[in-house]
Structure formats: C-alpha cells, structure tokens
Write a protein that binds this ligand. Structure first.
Ligand code: SAM
Length: 249
C-alpha cells in the first residue's frame, strides 16, 4: 500500500515522475500500471524490443525484471512475512529500536525487504532508491503489501539536503557489499541487485545522516568487514552473516 505523505515537507520535485520503459507480452495484465504511474511516466513497448540485459517485463503474472535468458526477479512478500514472524527480537528491529510510528528513512532501499519488514513492525518508512527499474519493482511490491510505505525514486544525495533535521528517528543505510569469495551466496534477487544496483560513498552518507536523524543511524555491514567507515559505532549487533553498526545521534 503506497502512502503519500509530506515526510517533513520534502519538495514535490523529488516525487516527480521519471521515464520508465516496460516491455509487455501480448497477454500482459496491466493491473499494476496505475500504481507504477504514481512515480513514473511509463512507456509500454512490445516484448520483442526488450534489450538483452535486465529489463522490466509485464506479462500475465504481473511485473518482473527479466534478462535475455528469461531469468526472472519477482519480489514475493512471503520473504517479508517470514521475517515478520521474528518480530521485534530480530536483529534489524533491535538495531533500529523498533516501536510503533518510529520514523525511518531507508536511504538505500533496494528491493525493500528491510523497509517492508520495518513497516510491518509498525514503523513509518520512507524508502529511497536511485535505480529506476529496482525502484519500480519495489513500488509494485509495495502495492501488494498491507502496511503503508512510501518511496522516492532518486539519488539519496539529492534527498538528504531537503530532510528536516530530527524528522526521521532512524536513518538506515544498507550499501551493496561487493563480491566476497568466502561469503555464502546471497538470494537470487540480491545477486541481481549487486549487478544492477549502484554503489555509494557510505562514509559520506553516514557523515550527513548522523546530523539529521533524531535517534540513530544504522549501517548494515558484512559480518567479516573489520574497518571503520569513517566513525566508530556506539554499539553493534551481529547476526549470522551480517552486522548492524549503530551510531547514536
Ligand atoms: C544492498 S541494496 C539494499 C537492499 C535492501 N536493504 C533490501 O532489503 O532489499 C542497496 C541499494 O542502494 C541503492 N543505492 C546505491 N546508491 C544510491 C544512491 N546514491 N541513492 C539511492 N539509492 C542508492 C542501490 O541501487 C541498491 O539498490
């Protein structure tokens, strides 16, 4: 469910619709189009014109990301519901200090699994993702999710200067980790995200975020990452393959 609010008076230009190509099959059901059009000017094209690389495809079963080998990324909310069964005891919830109506800015929101988990636990979440096809698929996922979430499809570096200080309690940062030979393979959608998603300057983002969040900034890192990201965390929570570093503000 997409909830459109003002998020501390963020300017409307951040919510302006951007162009998006979607390739459709002849039997495509276009029920998803309305929701996607709230953030994108959708240009529907025939599936024959789809490029060889990952592209958004609408078919009978909905919207997905597909490549020339017909491998498909479909975002199922089952993953989120499974996570929600872990409630507030799971590491993500503890790291963010989850409570009802906690305002969270998920600044690098990707497919939105973390964002939707936090929303399902009662937080008021705004997602930001700069890759249009990732953002569109996350938006499609939000439409089929019963808890309200909102998303900005833009670069977080453009968004942060407009964020009112202390409006968000928590800023959550989950940068792409990059390949690591010894780390267990991530899920297929995360593997695809690591090829089509953007990398970012996490030190800069952390530096700006700690000045804005009223409570804390949480950074998700790989379990084995040892070096500081410009600042020492106040505390951390270690899960199986990842670690959440918490920077109190
Ligand atoms: C590791 S993923 C996040 C995964 C997410 N937590 C989830 O549950 O699906 C990081 C995401 O940040 C996005 N990203 C990187 N730099 C960005 C920027 N400057 N502005 C907005 N999004 C950015 C990438 O495209 C990628 O989708």
């Amino acid at each position: 469910m997409l909830k459109v609010t003002h998020h501390g008076n963020l300017p409307s230009e951040l919510f302006q619709r951007k162009p998006l190509n979607v390739f459709i099959t002849e039997d495509a059901e276009l029920v998803w189009l309305n929701g996607i059009e709230s953030r994108f000017k959708v240009n529907l094209q025939s599936i024959e014109k789809a490029p060889a690389e990952w592209a958004l495809v609408g078919d009978r079963s909905g919207l997905a990301l597909r490549d020339a080998d017909k491998r498909k990324v479909e975002l199922l909310n089952e993953t989120v519901y499974r996570r929600l069964r872990g409630g507030r005891k799971q590491a993500l919830a503890k790291a963010c200090g989850v409570r009802p109506a906690l305002r969270v800015l998920d600044a690098l929101s990707g497919w939105g699994t973390d964002a939707l988990t936090l929303a399902g636990l009662g937080c008021d979440v705004l997602m930001v993702e700069n890759q249009p096809s990732v953002c569109a698929l996350a938006l499609y996922r939000i439409q089929n999710f019963p808890h309200p979430v909102d998303i900005i499809c833009d670069d977080i570096e453009k968004v942060l200067p407009h964020v009112t200080k202390n409006f968000f309690d928590v800023i959550f940062l989950d940068p792409l980790f990059g390949p690591h030979p010894k780390t267990a393979k991530s899920s297929f959608p995360m593997q695809v995200l690591s090829t089509i998603g953007s990398s970012c300057d996490i030190e800069q983002l952390l530096f700006h975020s700690v000045k804005l969040a009223s409570s804390r900034v949480v950074v998700k890192r790989r379990h084995s990452d040892k070096s500081d990201i410009g600042m020492k965390p106040d505390w951390s929570i270690t899960a199986k393959t990842i670690r959440f570093e918490i920077f109190e503000t």
